[in-house]
Design a protein around this ligand. Structure first.
Ligand code: SIN
Length: 313
């Protein structure tokens, strides 16, 4: 049988498989991270951390249905020291992406400077797109001058490979503007997309919202957001420098979904809602399904079709 090579590089970071977890899902505690390290995933991404541990928003704060999920977790995490200490103790060949999400620019500088000293951290994923913070009035990633200022400061001192987790953008011009900013900095990757902000799910039986924080508004993930993920990946693939890799995230539950993300231009993919539904066994299943799909299509590696989406002539 033809050998399928699912290994990829995110800029200079080598992954044995292009499939990994999305930050936020089953990657907060010692046990969850240990399970991910032992799983079939090609890398491990930690829960976005802050300087101090956070309890996050009130429960219920996560709900899923057949087409997706809504969450307003509010960055519950054990604080950067927990993640750094945990990773220092672990022997692993998997690349480790430390996700950070400071509540201010200064907190992000602090977190990045601290993580820079730890050799077990392969790369940083700077999460600028969490839509669930009670403290934040606007999403920094929709504010281009704030982002530009933040990145200018970060790249005065950062030494680790660094990527940015982006929210979905809904206008071509926004993606062009964002890409123009990102192209000015030595960024290694972007992760597109975080959950769709300000969604709402209604329970008709109780005639109420399904999560408590923010009067029921939260980030939407899962199958229902796949078209937005694909569109953002495709546009960023068109506008970003070619050495900035794209990690696709949003709506992956089958091997065929992974194919679609990579055909649009992603180099690797992250699994969120489906990981929550299925647990870490999802990685082995997706790897099998994706390999089977590629074999049928007669592709033997990611690079043989990445970004090759066709338009109608
Ligand atoms: C959360 O903790 O609220 C989710 C994180 C995110 O969407 O970035």
């Amino acid at each position: 049988m033809k050998q399928i090579d699912l290994s990829v590089s995110i800029n200079k970071i080598k992954l044995s498989s292009c499939i990994m977890n999305a930050s936020g899902v089953l990657c907060s505690t010692d046990k969850e991270l240990s399970n991910l390290l032992d799983s079939f995933s090609g890398a491990v991404v930690t829960k976005s951390c802050t300087r101090k541990p956070r309890k996050g928003n009130f429960e219920p704060r996560y709900f899923e249905w057949n087409m997706g999920s809504i969450n307003s977790m509010g960055l519950p995490n054990l604080g950067i020291d927990f993640y750094l200490n945990f990773l220092e103790k672990k022997e692993t060949k998997k690349p480790i992406f430390l996700s950070i999400s400071g509540l201010s620019a200064e907190e992000n500088y602090f977190l990045i400077k601290k993580a820079n000293h730890y050799s077990k951290i392969t790369a940083l994923e700077l999460n600028l797109s969490c839509p669930n913070l009670i403290e934040e009035e606007d999403l920094i990633s929709y504010n281009f001058s704030r982002i530009s200022y933040l990145l200018e400061n970060i790249f005065k001192f950062n030494k680790k490979p660094l990527g940015i987790k982006l929210p979905p953008y809904f206008e071509d011009l926004s993606i062009q503007k964002m890409a123009l900013i990102l192209n000015q900095f030595p960024i290694d990757f972007v992760t597109c997309i975080n959950s769709l902000p300000n969604g709402m799910v209604v329970d008709t039986k109780t005639e109420s919202v399904v999560i408590q924080p923010k009067k029921g508004f939260g980030g939407i993930g899962g199958s229902i957001i796949k078209p937005f993920a694909l569109a953002n990946i495709r546009k960023f693939y068109t506008y970003l420098r070619k050495d900035i890799s794209i990690i696709g995230c949003g709506g992956i539950s089958t091997g065929k979904d992974i194919f679609e993300h990579i055909l649009c231009g992603a180099s690797a993919v992250q699994i969120g809602t489906q990981l929550m539904k299925e647990g870490v066994f999802v990685f082995e299943r997706l790897e099998k399904e994706f390999s089977f799909f590629l074999r049928k299509k007669n592709y033997s590696s990611i690079d043989s079709f990445k970004g090759n989406l066709k338009n109608f002539q």
